[in-house]
Design a binder for this molecule. Structure first.
Ligand code: F6R
Length: 241
């Protein structure tokens, strides 16, 4: 695993942007694996700024997102489909038909997971952007997730429900279940770019980088990826440096 430690969140986002732009410049039809949450917001703002100022085009880029809450339609402000349009896609020239995410309202969840897994086998991520949960999860692969997991409906850990409740009016409103890419889908990406910032992530980052590879800390599987880059700020890197 290659590790890049930056001074702060802004520099982490700028470094992440540099790596993503490199992929799009090299292949205008690249497949970007994308994440939601607070961590990649700076990266997405940089992509939009660069598109406006320098005309970098995403017209032929394809995207696959990690996860979606069960029960929330794309029109719901708290859904990840809405998050992606609001924080990234609406600011680019990307074609919405080329952006993919699990359908949180699918009437047949198993069929929806099968559809998404089939899609991922065609749209292999050239780069997969990840954040990390304070409990070491990647996507919604919570501690205990088998390393050979693929897209399925999962139950969120209590700590994840608490962490994500900031985006809901009340903790009771946070969906307890979600569709999530599995660890095998993530490991299939050609390159993985994991971003982490802030003191709250320091312990998980330590476990991911220096701990044993264990299903109890799902992100630790990334030690086995041939091309994984961790970009984190000094606060998140505190225990590894
Ligand atoms: C988001 C996702 C999650 C987040 C993680 C960190 O699509 O799959 O694994 O990346 O929970 O969230 P933030 O960035 O909000 O700290």
């Amino acid at each position: 695993m290659k590790i890049i430690v930056t001074k702060n969140y802004e520099e982490m986002s700028a470094e992440a942007f540099r790596l993503v732009k490199e992929v799009v410049k090299e292949n205008p039809e690249a497949v970007l694996g994308l994440a939601t949450g607070s961590t990649p917001l700076g990266l997405y703002a940089e992509m939009i700024r660069d598109h406006r100022e320098n005309g970098t085009s995403y017209r032929r880029v394809r995207t696959v997102n990690l996860d979606e809450y069960e029960g929330l339609p794309a029109s719901d402000e708290r859904s990840y489909a809405y998050f992606m349009r609001h924080n990234l896609f609406d600011g680019l020239d990307i074609e919405l038909k080329n952006t993919h995410i699990e359908d949180g309202t699918a009437a047949a969840p198993e069929a929806e997971c099968a559809r998404y897994n089939a899609l991922l086998s065609v749209l292999r991520q050239d780069i997969q952007v990840l954040g990390i949960g304070s409990n070491g999860h990647i996507a919604f692969n919570e501690p205990g997730t088998p390393f050979d997991s693929v897209t399925r409906v999962v139950t969120l850990a209590e700590s994840t429900v608490r962490d994500n409740s900031r985006l809901f009016d009340r903790i009771e409103d946070v969906p307890r279940r979600a569709f999530s890419m599995g660890l095998r889908n993530i490991m299939n990406a050609r390159r993985v770019l994991l971003l982490a910032n802030g003191e709250k992530k320091a312990k998980a980052v330590y476990g991911m980088v220096r701990g044993e590879v264990t299903e109890q800390l799902p992100a630790s599987i990334l030690q086995r990826h041939a091309d994984c880059i961790l970009v984190c700020d000094e606060a998140a890197a505190r225990l590894i440096s």
